[in-house]
Design a protein around this ligand. Structure first.
Ligand SMILES: [Zn+2]
Length: 118
């Protein structure tokens, strides 16, 4: 299974339109050649709905109260710098700021100080 944050980055690059309908349904629209990606996003409906407001810029931050803090640091799946955080969807090492940038902008923040641990 592809990590949620990677699926969302791919969705941003593919120019998919993702939102929640007034009835609470997940809606994914885009070019037919990205149907497999849309299917993967729809298969993770609950997870995608939990971040769709960040995706669309209606909130600036993620709610990571469910995120686990590990005992040992590991390389972030997005920036490769060390982190103790684990994402709340796939339990993968990931900085919250990296996930927010990847979901909102499809990019990862560039930070020059490689000694930082978040
Ligand atoms: Zn990171």
């Amino acid at each position: 299974m592809t990590a949620l944050v990677h699926l969302l980055r791919q969705g941003r690059r593919a120019h998919l339109w993702i939102d929640e309908s007034p009835a609470g349904r997940l809606v994914v629209r885009g070019d037919r050649r990205h149907a497999a990606l849309a299917d993967q996003l729809l298969a993770r409906k609950a997870d995608v709905l939990s971040v769709v407001h960040l995706w669309n810029g209606r909130t600036p931050i993620l709610d990571w109260r469910r995120a686990r803090v590990a005992d040992d640091p590991a390389p972030c799946v997005l920036c490769r710098r060390s982190t103790l955080l684990r994402d709340p969807w796939d339990n993968l090492p990931c900085h919250k700021t990296c996930a927010e940038a990847a979901i909102r902008w499809g990019a990862v923040p560039v930070i020059s100080d490689k000694r930082q641990v978040a």
